[in-house]
Write a protein that binds this ligand. Structure first.
Ligand SMILES: Cc1cc2nc3c(=O)[nH]c(=O)nc-3n(C[C@H](O)[C@H](O)[C@H](O)COP(=O)(O)OP(=O)(O)OC[C@H]3O[C@@H](n4cnc5c(N)ncnc54)[C@H](O)[C@@H]3O)c2cc1C
Length: 421
């Protein structure tokens, strides 16, 4: 990329920020434009379901700092509406067209809405932005009735924990068997016990049959016939990639933006994708393109995508991170590494540490309140799933080298015994 060129970043979250930073670190001295539909500069989104809804943090405290002078033109409160890859144009409201020489897409995901929920009622909210958290705070302040959260995933569980920590009654409602069910029985048992110890209500294996809204409260009639009366209802039932604006652009937007192994969007030589919305094959695991919705992936993919855009597609390098993530509930740290969802079985590696195994190969780990042991196990996972030494660039259509097999590595149970001694 030359000094008279323009790189446009669409999506002003952490991924976009870290990509911008990396461009400047690599001495990109052309024009940098960052377009974001929120009114704020990038901030620490994980704090939304933790400190922000607790009211212990102000929005200004969440702002992320760039580690280098960005000298960027910020276009906040501006939603990209359309992309033309052949003319290298991002369309903006009011008929404005923004030309680019290189484009970085980092538009993240949007919360899923629950069919039948009265989403126009100000007491029925999702949790993604600072504004969402402020609206939840306002609804909590307006009534001392309990809170309800629908969704037994990480955000739902975090919200319930935060409510108990500030002394509010809360019920966690979900259709799965238990909170964090997808992490397997050990993790979901640990988190369920934690909720019970802190007297959070849990209503699992259920759905909302009817919603009742009155001036004073929101009522939820569950399929188990339980009736919940709430000051605020948070919908935390997952998310969908924010790719609507790319319809008709020629990019493949089936569950995020399909990319090659180096985060270049399939079908465009000057577009790279970052963070939650990128669906790319992490060759450390296999050749299947997947998305990863975690903070550190947004940071690392932002940097990698910027490097690859600067290098050009033919000289780009595959992005092969070991995914890592965390969650905090009741002050307890839950940590993940690898891709637990790939596992077809789980194994107890150590107290509080679950391994996820695919065809005998360890592919993920999850720990509950074991930060030190988690470091050891993450190192072990990295050893078992090393970065492949010879990589074929997918563009050249070569056959991939075999992925590292663990035949010379001790079995997982032998290793678990050794490491926990
Ligand atoms: C409540 C909550 C708690 C979380 N907690 C954790 C945690 O504890 N640990 C963890 O690892 N991860 C956590 N995450 C996930 C983490 O925050 C995300 O993985 C990360 O923010 C993704 O970064 P991103 O840059 O890809 O997208 P985002 O941070 O979502 O940024 C994308 C930006 O693009 C904007 N945008 C979308 N469409 C357009 C458009 N057409 N034009 C312009 N702008 C657009 C969006 O509004 C947004 O501002 C949490 C997420 C949430 C919502």
């Amino acid at each position: 990329m030359a000094g008279d060129e323009r790189i446009v970043i669409v999506g002003a979250g952490v991924g976009g920020l870290r990509a911008a930073e990396r461009l400047r670190e690599l001495n990109f001295d052309g024009e940098l434009v960052i377009i974001g539909d929120e009114l704020r500069r990038p901030y620490h989104r994980p704090a939304i379901s933790k400190h922000m809804v607790a009211g212990t943090t102000r929005p200004a405290d969440l702002a992320l700092k760039a580690n280098i002078e960005l000298d960027a033109r910020w276009r906040l409160g501006t939603r990209a509406t359309h992309l033309e890859t052949d003319r290298r144009l991002v369309h903006l409201p009011g008929g404005e067209e923004m030309r680019y020489d290189g484009l970085i897409i980092s538009t993240g995901v949007m919360p899923r809405h629950l069919i039948g929920a009265p989403r126009h009622d100000p007491r029925v909210r999702v949790l993604r932005t600072v504004e969402d958290a402020l609206a939840v705070r306002a609804a909590l302040a307006a009534s001392d009735r309990p809170a309800v959260v629908i969704g037994g995933g990480l955000i739902g569980s975090e919200f319930a924990a935060t409510m108990r920590q500030i002394g509010r009654d809360v019920t966690l409602v979900g259709h799965s068997l238990a909170p964090l069910h997808r992490f397997g029985p050990r993790v979901s048992k640990a988190v369920t016990e934690q909720h019970q110890r802190h007297r959070a209500g849990i209503a699992m294996s259920t759905l909302v049959r009817h919603w009742i809204t009155t001036k004073h409260a929101v009522g939820l009639h569950l399929t188990t016939d339980q009736l919940l009366v709430a000051s605020v209802v948070v919908l935390a039932i997952g998310s969908v990639p924010a790719v609507e604006w790319l319809r008709g652009s020629g990019l493949n937007i089936d569950d995020g933006i399909l990319c090659d192994a180096s985060l270049y969007a399939e079908g465009a030589d000057d577009v790279v994708v970052v963070g939650d919305t990128a669906r790319w094959p992490n060759l450390r695991f296999d050749e299947v393109p997947r998305r990863v919705e975690h903070w550190l992936n947004a940071v690392e993919s932002g940097r990698a995508a910027a490097e690859n855009l600067m290098a050009g597609r033919s000289r780009s390098e595959p992005y092969m991170p070991m995914p890592r993530a965390w969650s905090t509930q009741y002050g307890v740290r839950m940590q993940m590494a690898g891709i637990p969802s790939l596992g077809d079985d789980t194994v107890a590696l150590d107290e509080g540490i679950t391994g996820y195994v695919r065809k005998g190969q360890l592919v993920g780990i999850c720990s509950w309140d074991r930060p030190k042991a988690m470091m050891q196990w993450t190192a072990e996972l990295e050893r078992r799933l090393p970065i492949p030494l010879t990589i074929s660039v997918p563009e050249q259509e070569e056959v991939m080298p075999p992925f590292p097999m663990n035949s010379s590595i001790p079995s997982i149970s032998a290793l678990a015994a050794g490491l926990s001694n």
